[in-house]
Every structure is written in C-alpha cells, then in structure tokens.
Ligand binder design. Sequence first.
Ligand code: PMV
Length: 315
Amino acid sequence: MTTLASASAPAKIILLGEHAVVYGHPAIAVPVDSLRATAYVSAGAGDKLRIVASSADQSAPDKLEADLLDEALTALADLLMDRLPGSLSGFTVQIESPIPIASGLGSGAAVAAAITRALGEALGQPLDNAALNDLVYEAEKIHHGNPSGIDNTVVVYEQPVYFVRNRPIEQIQISQPFEIIIADTGQRALTRVAVGAVRKLYDEQPGRIQPLLEKIGTMVAMARGAIERGDLKKLGQLMTHDHEFLRELTISSPELDRLVDAAVSAGALGAKLSGGGRGGNMIALVTPDTRSAVRDALETAGATQIFATTVGIES
Ligand code: PMV
C-alpha cells in the first residue's frame, strides 16, 4: 500500500518531579530522541479509521500489552474521527514503536502524537504543535484519568521542559549536555493505578503527603538551577533524593530500587525511577567515565532493556 504520510514522536523521561506535578508542582521532562514511535498512513477501504500496531522490537507483546494497545488504539481512532477536520474513513495507520508500553516512557503520548500528526498531513491540514498538544492531551485523558499534561507537552514540542500544570511551558537552558542511561525493570505498570495510589495516600494523610510533594517541587526548582549552571553532581544528588521521596509515596518497587542502588553503587551521579513507577523504567545520570560500569551493573541487576540519551545536544 502506498504511504500517504508519515510522522514520528519521541519517548520521554521525567528527570524529576513526577506525581508531584499532578498536584501543581513543577517537573522537568526531556524527550528521548533516539526512541521514537512512527506512524504510516495509507488509503484503504471501508468507512472506518484503522490503526494497526506492530512492535518494532520483534518481541511478541504479552497479553497485558496486547490488550492495552488494542484498547488505546480503538479509543484514539474514535477520538480522531470525531476531532480531526476531514474524513478519515478508509485510512489505515500502521504504527511502529520500540517504546515499551506501560513503563513510564510516555509510549501512549508518543504513539498518539505520531498518529495524529501523520493523519493531519494525510488530510492536507498539518496540525501546529499547540493543536496537536491539545489532541494528545485528550487522548491521554482517556487512559490516565487526570494527567498533568507533561507527557503530551514534551513529546509534542520535543524539548526539555520545566512544566507546571496549566501554565505555559518554560524551556530549560542546558549549559552542559549530560548523559542518561535508561533501564527497564521489565515490569509493566499502569500510570493511572500509581496516580490513584498517591491520591489515596494524599486524601488519607494530607499532613504527611502535602509537605512531601512540596519538597519534591522545591528540589525540581533546584535541579533546574543545577542544569542551567552545569552542576551535574548536584543534579545527580537531587535525582537520588527524589527517588527516596517517591519510595515514601509507595511508587517504587523492589526491582526499581535494585536498579537504582546498582547504578549509584557503580558510580552514577544519581538515579531514580522515572514516570508513573511501581515498575517500568529508571534513569541514571552518568559521565563518560562511569557510563560502561553503570550499564554493566544495571544488566547484572536484572535490567531487561537499556537505552541511552544525551540531553542538551541538538538532534
Ligand atoms: O508513566 P508516565 O510515563 O505516563 O508518566 C506519568 C507522570 C505522572 O506524573 C506520574 C502522571 C502525570 O500525569 O503527570
């Protein structure tokens, strides 16, 4: 089938501030340029928009992944049929994504952004980033319930962001590029379950949880300063400290803790879970000197996949 249009969008990691961002505190997120979802639109037959997924990593998705993907793509197709200006009847979208799903890397937002952007192109009405961001946020709402909006923002704008809910995004100046290793526990976990658990804790123990979220927000502001000054040692310390707070929020897991400990023991400047937590991925801040020891340590500690990204280099 002839491809009428194609588009891609990156995965994302949260350097600091997940969960607290849901409550209006800041968070810092960056795109992972090398890990991208790509959508290919072709003309087909029938009166429906078809969205088909094929995993680029060749590993057969387990049942949870297959069900999640199916549910997500059907809901997205309905949303886009309703909201895009033009008829999508008969279009088929093939999506290829190596981004692990339900694991904190923003796979849902990346897939939705790639599909929506490609369909806009195929209709001859390319969407600008603001319109695309609104639509991908709607798609996020279907699954997350109450998303802060950070995932859609970073995958659509493809820049490091200092994000506060319902406020215009702020860019971060990166004075010294830095390397992050991303390691997957292999455990899949739904963000909405983790967000719901924090909400329950917040409602039951506001006197303990509110100050904790505030402290995370303060650390995010300090991390922004550290990134802008190029103080990577400080950034690393703040990341590891943030992981401790996330543990208190019950958002870590034994596997995440094991990977974080392994990275720090192997010389990472800092490490933490990233995204919804309770499984999924963790991140470690490394230097050229520690990169390979940290990678080895993560593999030994059971990481099922390892990715790397450099923040602050134009792609
Ligand atoms: O798990 P992810 O990649 O969807 O990241 C979610 C980040 C949270 O702060 C936990 C939720 C949100 O909506 O911001």
